[in-house]
Structure formats: C-alpha cells, structure tokens
Design a protein around this ligand. Structure first.
Ligand code: SF4
Length: 445
C-alpha cells in the first residue's frame, strides 16, 4: 500500500475535499458534544461499554460457541471464516446456490474489508449497495473516505451529475430531497426483486443468537427483511454476551456517531420465523486477523471499536487528509491502529505515525480505547528505515558509556541538528551547563 505521507500529500492538494471535511466534521462534532452533555451518566456508560468489550475479548472462545449454538437453535446456519477468501466463498456459494446474479447489500465495513463486492463480481454476481452514500461511490467506482459518511468528499452537484449519467437520466436538480428520491426510485424495484440480501452487523448476541444492525435510511431493514435469504458477515469481535448489553451500546453508538439520541433504524433479528422475513439465514463469523490482534495485550483494545467514527471527527490529521490517505476501509485514528494489526505492521508501517498524539480520539471514544497508547506501541513495533536503525544503535552505544555521553553533550552544543529534523521541529538550545557540570561544580568530582 502507498505510505501514508505519500497518499496524504495527494489528498491535501484537494481543496474541495478539505472544505467538505471541515463542514461535515464540525457539524457532527458539535451535535455529538450537545447530546453527550445531556447524558448525566455518560462516563459510566463509557466504562460499562469498555468493561463489556473487555469481557468479550477475554472469553471470546466461549461466547463464539454460545452464539453458534444459539443461532442454530433458531434455525440459522453458522459458517466460520479464517480469512477474506473463506468468507467471500461462503457468500458466493449461498448466492450461487440460489441462482441469483444480484444481491442487495446494506453498508458494511466488514464486507468492504474482505473485498466482497469484487469477489462476487468475479463469479458473475453484482452486489448492489443500497446505502445512499455507498450507492454514489459504487456508481462512480470510488471508495469510502469516512466510516459513517462514506461520500463525505463529494458535493451535491457532483452527485447530481453522476446520477444524470447513471440511474436518473435527465435529473436537473441537486436538491438533496430530489437526489434522495432518485435513489429511492432506483433502489425500490431492486429491493422487491432481490432474493438474497447481504449485511454486516453492529452486534451479535451470544445469549440469543440475535443480530443487530443500526442504520439511518431504512435500506438496511429492507435488505434484512425482504429477500428470502439473508447472509450476515460478522467480525468475531462484534459479539455481546447478553441482550441487555445492547442497552449500553444503543446509547453510546448514536450519540457518538451522528450526534443523535436514538438511531433512526435499529433492526434486530433472531434466526428464521416462518412466514416472516428471510426463510434462510446464514452468519459468517469472520476472523481475518482478529485473533492475531487479540494476542497483543496492548493492541487488542482496537477490537473494542464500535465504528462510531467519533475519533475521525476530532482528529486534526484525518480532518485534513480525509480517509483515502489511510489506504483501507478503516480511516482515521481507528484505522491507524486497526489496519496495521489486521494486515501486519510490516504492511502498514506508516499508519501508526499518522497522528499528532494529541489524545482527542481517546477523549471521545465511547468505549475508551486508548488510541495514543496503541499508536506508540505500534510505532515501537514498526520496521524502521536503515538510517534510523543505525542512528538509534549509535545513540544506544553513546548512552551506555558515561564518558561517551559527556563527550556527546559537549559536541551537541557545537554541532547543529540536521535540517531534515529541524524543518518541522523546534530544537531548544542546549543549556550552557549540563547537570553533570553543575554536580561537579557544586559537589566536586
Ligand atoms: S475507536 Fe472509538 S471513537 Fe473511533 S470509531 Fe472506534 S469506537 Fe468510535
């Protein structure tokens, strides 16, 4: 993948992108702050969310088996997928078994992570995105730059022109209501004709085998209720032990995500019910690097994430570069700690450095992920350029010998720092007297 600094340089040149990002993140941030301030137990909710997630990670094996048994008991089928290829093969297999050439899909980062649309396209099946913003991106061959507002980098005139070229020839208005109506008309028939739906999920309940999707357009509800067959791809970290745990997360998530007290559409389904909704239900339990993340005691807290995107909206780096620079479906601070762990640090070594370590992400995170700490941890694991390695080896050698250290201090006062270092950093002048000099003067050798 392109390194973050290189990709960011390209994105920073996009003035429209930066204006859109500023508008959107400012608005969502202000709304979030308002609704969080009116919840007197917000800190307790955050603590509860964190505690539940820690429990899930500590007993992941038990909860997964409990979830599998509960889903089977209510008529669903569970598939275990070690990686993207296995998960994609399951979804493709189900779709082919039903002889369809199109499935309807509700926005899902997990299916984006595994590249499901491309995998289905390779076997002749079109995955139709039904979320408004995802549809825009799909029509234009683009990809998301924000977790919750995937088309944040597009403005409405661009969208009107795109619709005129694709799904709504002749559309002249760029009024948001007219654009939404055009998408609604286009999608409605496809929903009614669809025989297979594909979703991700925000939560899976180990106790009951229920699966929960929160969204704000109603397209998710159409996807999960109209088709005869439903396949849900669930990252294994999305489990919650009990149904009652939803009480905590359904307060934390909408307030942190869109600054709303309640989510507009919360769909929860449990297995198969005769004559009501899909009559065949599959859950794909996806690992794809998550158990490796789980093994890292510091890094594993990234698996607490409920994908609210609050950390993106406060991040001074994300708000300038946008999501594409992160080279993954997980942008912003959460992407900077999740992607290197899912893909392997050697494959995304620049991402943990895409942060000022200001700590704003930690302050807003509803499940209290200590993102700056994980960033520092990952920085320590990242492969270093040869020059930096050599420099650190030399520094270690100097620090190990008192005479060498004293000599280096003397030298430091005379030799200027390299320009590459000081171009973006202020280096304080060396003091005229070091601690050791002072000690010698005051106390003797
Ligand atoms: S890391 Fe925290 S703030 Fe960021 S998306 Fe995940 S839950 Fe939200």
């Amino acid at each position: 993948m392109t390194s973050f600094p290189e990709a960011a340089r390209v994105e920073l040149a996009n003035v429209q992108l930066r204006a859109n990002l500023r508008n959107a993140t400012d608005t969502i941030r202000a709304k979030r702050a308002r609704v969080v301030a009116e919840a007197p137990d917000w800190e307790e909710l955050r603590e509860a969310g964190k505690a539940i997630k820690e429990d899930v990670l500590a007993h992941m094996d038990e909860y997964l088996l409990q979830f599998e048994a509960a889903v089977q008991e209510v008529g669903g089928r569970v598939h275990w997928a070690r990686d993207a290829a296995e998960a994609n093969a399951v979804v493709a297999g189900v779709a082919r078994a039903h002889g369809v050439d199109e499935v309807v899909k509700v926005k899902s980062l997990t299916t984006d992570e595994i590249g499901l649309n491309d995998a289905l396209a390779a076997v002749g099946i079109h995955a139709l995105e039904t979320d408004f913003a995802e549809l825009i991106l799909q029509l234009d061959g683009d990809w998301p730059s924000h977790i919750l507002v995937p088309a944040i980098h597009r403005n409405r005139t661009e969208i009107r022109d795109l619709f005129a070229r694709t799904i709504a020839p002749g559309i002249a208005s760029d009024d948001p209501r007219d654009l939404a109506e055009a998408a609604r008309v286009y999608l409605r028939e496809r929903f009614l004709a669809a025989r297979v739906g594909v979703s991700g999920a925000n939560f899976g309940i180990a106790e009951t085998g229920a699966v929960c999707v929160v969204e704000s357009e109603g397209n998710g509800r159409m996807c999960t209720t109209l088709p005869e067959v439903l396949v849900t791809v669930l990252g294994i970290e999305k489990l919650l032990p009990r149904f009652s745990d939803l009480e905590v997360f359904l307060q934390l998530l909408p307030r942190s995500a869109t600054g709303e007290r309640m989510n507009p559409y919360t769909s929860i389904w449990t297995g198969v019910t005769e004559g009501d909704g899909p009559q065949e239900f599959h859950v794909v339990l996806l690992d794809n690097g998550r158990t490796r993340v789980l093994r890292d005691e510091i890094g594993r807290q990234a698996l607490h994430c409920i994908r609210c995107s609050a950390c993106l909206n406060v991040c001074p780096v994300y708000s300038r570069t946008g999501g594409h620079a992160y080279g993954s479906v997980y942008p912003g601070p959460i992407g900077a700690i999740l992607t290197p762990q899912l893909r392997g640090i050697e494959n995304a070594a620049s991402l943990p450095f895409a942060s000022t370590l200001c700590g704003a992400c930690y302050e807003v995170c509803p499940v209290k992920i200590d993102i700056p700490r994980v960033l520092l941890h990952l920085r320590s694991l990242a492969p270093k350029p040869a020059r930096e390695r050599a420099l650190l080896r030399a520094a270690a050698w100097v620090f190990r010998g008192p005479r060498r250290f004293a000599a280096a201090q003397r030298l430091g006062r005379r030799v200027p720092f390299p320009r590459a270092w000081t171009r973006s950093r202020d280096v304080k002048p060396f003091p005229s007297e070091t601690f050791r000099d002072w000690w010698r003067r005051e106390r003797g050798a």
